[in-house]
Design a protein around this ligand. Sequence first.
Ligand code: NAD
Ligand code: WQD
Length: 341
Amino acid sequence: MGKILVTGGTGYIGAHTVVELHREGYEVLIVDNLSNSNIKILDQLQLITGKRFDFVQMDLQDIKAVRQLAKLHHNITGIIHFAASKAVGESVQEPLKYYHNNLGGLLNLLTVFDKEINFVFSSSCTVYGQPDRLPVTEKDPVKSAESPYGNTKQIAEEILRDAAQANVNLNVVCLRYFNPVGAIDSALIGELPLGVPANLVPYITQSAIGKRGPIVVHGNDYDTADGSAVRDYIHVVDLAKAHVSAIKRLEKKAAKERYEIFNIGTGKGYSVLEVIAAFKKTTQQKLDYKIGPRRAGDIAKIYGDVTKAEQVLGWKAKLGIEEMMASAWKWEKYVKANPFE
Ligand code: NAD
Ligand code: WQD
């Protein structure tokens, strides 16, 4: 087994994936510029696995640093590329930051690692916009992006598709995540949002713990069963395991195509009000909410067809909404007791 380079490996999904790779016997090298994560995550990973992972603090936009990395670690056989900026609202205010970071880092990796390499990319269901039919499949059209962030994911997919077509040494899996939530069972790692969370589940847990006011439900007049918007929430541990499945598929050279795309979700949609109810039921916590207007750029309803991941990747989500809520809550309590700042 070769060494797997995990970019953005101290981040939320990256750190969970490092744990799963380690459990499957992989040697892991983490790189991160710590722009949206904390160095203490390495201690947390050590608490979970007993292993101090190799770590390089570097910015993937710096091609010299990427070249140096490749020179020092010539046994890298796979790259899981999480490192990116991910705040949709910020990307509207600072589009060039997003194009530079999300595409510059990718281009540098592909330029430097131009020998035999297995590449797993963090894409997003955001590429589908509001699908014409549900559940949305990988064959359904990519819609014009709602934000520069979403556009970076679409362009990155195109870059990877073209690069794989031109370079027989490059094998790519793009994973289109739906909405990742929750934390590892031990709650030693989890999502660490900067400032007021824009995402639903971190806002719920911060509100329940008293760090924020009542949650505002962004719209209850959508064409859904209860009027609130519907998403396909996926437990981050299930999501992390999908990356291991993707690396294994690439290693086995099982794919007919050198560029493949998979939806990674549960295939089931929950409305905002259903998520709030599930949180209250699972945790027995009080949670106040108010109904507010729709949030600009939001879609009404999306959930994925995950048959391809099941049949081709051999991966299926196992954890449900209760585990998602319980682990997100356990993590929020852990962060309160053990602040990271
Ligand atoms: P995160 O911010 O927790 O992790 C990303 C990590 O990348 C951070 O630790 C950050 O410091 C690092 N990073 C950013 N730019 C870098 C650079 N130039 N060089 C080195 N390190 C850099 O985010 P996450 O939620 O773990 O998301 C991981 C990936 O999954 C991202 O590509 C994101 O766009 C994608 N994604 C996330 C979601 C979600 O809702 N969390 C959904 C779909 C796709
Ligand atoms: C979920 C639902 C909100 C907060 C975003 C990105 C997407 C992907 C995942 C990276 C929506 C509602 C939220 C709140 C609310 N990221 N909500 N009150 O918008 O589906 O997806 O993260 O690729 O690209 O856009 O996730 O968690 O922000 O919202 O009512 O305080 O919860 O309106 O309907 P979203 P989310």
